[in-house]
Design a protein around this ligand. Structure first.
Ligand code: PNW
Length: 463
């Protein structure tokens, strides 16, 4: 029974799954080794001004050469699960044709190393490193990319399905579509909103095709899923305009993915809003049946929640193109180094709402964490009390959501290591382990020690 003083984290069950997450391009380095070809991120990093500090993933955390020591680090932190992604251009250079055995061999060794240490591997098939050749052929706005993704997925699945139970198709299709093809601050750096809506559809189609084929090829029990990044979108004030802005943000942030995935239809209000801008989602007969193929687990990545206004700073309700204003506004809360507001109640609200609107689907928090301006002492130790406090409040938010009925089965910290933070380069650090990029020395931060101790304590809870 929870008293006023009990930490909500202590209500989590002993079988709650604890993990850490990373992604291929953000940590591996070794971009030209063993037959790997460039992805859209290798190309984008060469665009002047695209990345803070003109950084790139050429070396990153050199994980490709330091994998066994990084797995040993996970063992020390006592996590159950390691969520990592497979680099498509390592396994299938150019994105078409036969498997590259030398590239696949890395993931083979990684999976064996994890299993040897008693850690469950959790594979993400696509965390943004699209082979450049497929972008040259149109990228995600082109329908063919969905079929190429399903073929690639099967190369990995057939090779590792005997040892890997859990498979996520896509990481955060919102980021791929919106940041990559609408806002242009992620690879491939395109600013074309209609193209981004085609990308949404082809990402979902690729997910559905891959899910169908993996399910059919499974030789034992597997858990298939997809990971979405989501937050709560609330109206800044209780006015019709602000409620409308929040509805639009939620439509393009949550419902445009989960409605087709779970119910086989795009949300009517979103379709109507797009039509008003002359945009149609390029749906063909049968696509929505493929996209709504049942899956087993929803990965939820959460970093922040937002409040929205339908009015801009000058009092306008439409923008230069005549579209309604959807403006994110400050609620005055403290922010992380990313400028993201710290709103743990929004996380509880999100998880409870997902459980209600999309029931009968277990959820796992596949990423949650924060960047702060870490200051290491002379031994490289970072006493990151702000990051630790973020974990305390957000894991607590997960526990509260469970108490309110959300079926959340696990939590993975983003990230194991400081790493290449996309357009922010190495300047933003999300790791629970410090990486000194001159020496590649890894030093667990205070938050990592707190995480390890919390995992051990909750494991001791009574069922
Ligand atoms: C996620 N946003 O990206 C990714 O899955 C990680 O690779 C990344 O390192 C992490 O979050 C931290 O950024 C996001 O603008 C990037 O809302 C941008 C947004 C959300 C998630």
């Amino acid at each position: 029974v929870e008293s006023g003083q009990t930490d909500p984290i202590d209500t989590l069950p002993p079988n709650f799954r604890w993990g850490v997450a990373t992604s291929s391009y953000q940590i591996e380095g070794a971009v030209a080794e063993d037959g790997r070809t460039p992805s859209i991120w290798d190309t984008f990093c060469r665009v002047p001004g695209a990345i803070d500090g003109a950084d790139n993933g050429d070396v990153a955390c050199d994980h490709y050469h330091r994998m066994p020591q990084d797995v040993a680090l996970m063992r020390e932190l006592d996590v159950d699960t390691y969520r990592f992604s497979v680099a498509w251009p390592r396994v299938q250079p150019g994105g078409r044709g036969p498997v590259n055995p030398a590239g696949l061999a890395f993931y083979d060794r990684l999976v064996d190393e994890l299993l040897g240490q008693g850690i469950d591997p959790w594979i993400t098939l696509y965390h943004w490193d699209l082979p450049q050749e497929l972008q040259d052929a149109g990228g995600w706005p082109a329908r063919d990319t969905a079929y190429r993704f399903a073929d690639y997925s099967m190369l990995v699945f057939d090779h590792l399905k005997d040892r890997v139970r859990t498979w996520t198709t896509l990481n955060e299709p919102w980021c791929s579509a919106m940041l990559g093809y609408a806002y242009g601050n992620h690879a491939p750096g395109i600013k074309d909103f209609p193209a981004s809506m085609a990308a949404v559809h082809h990402l979902l189609l690729g997910h559905g095709l891959a899910t169908q084929r993996m399910r059919a090829a499974a030789s034992g029990p597997v858990d298939l899923g997809i990971t979405l990044n989501m937050g709560s979108s609330s109206p800044a004030t209780d006015t019709e305009l602000d409620r409308e802005a929040a509805r639009r943000a939620d439509g393009l942030g949550v419902r445009i993915y989960l409605d087709p995935l779970r119910y086989g239809r795009y949300p009517a209000d979103v379709v109507e809003d797009l039509a008003a801008q002359g945009i149609t989602i390029p749906v063909r007969d049968g696509d929505l049946e493929i996209i709504s193929t049942p899956f087993d687990v929803l990965g939820v990545n959460h970093y922040f929640s937002s409040a929205f206004s339908g009015v801009d700073e000058d009092g306008n309700t439409t923008d230069a193109d005549g579209n309604p204003v959807v403006r994110e506004v400050s609620t005055g809360r403290p922010r992380t180094a990313m400028g993201w507001e710290i709103v743990p109640e929004g996380f509880t609200e999100l998880l409870v709402r997902l459980g209600r609107d999309y029931p009968d689907l277990p959820m796992v928090v596949t990423e949650n964490g924060s960047a702060f301006d870490d200051e290491p002492d002379e031994n490289g130790f970072v006493r990151d009390d702000e990051r630790t406090a973020y974990f305390v409040s957000h894991i607590g938010a997960v526990a509260r959501a469970r108490q309110q009925g959300a079926d959340v089965r696990g939590y993975f910290a983003w990230s194991l290591l400081d790493n290449f933070e996309w357009a922010y380069g190495y300047a933003k650090r999300f790791g629970i382990v410090r990486v000194d990029y001159d020496t590649q020395v890894r030093t667990p931060k205070r938050s990592a020690l707190w995480y390890r101790d919390t995992i051990r304590r909750v494991r001791g809870n009574r069922a």
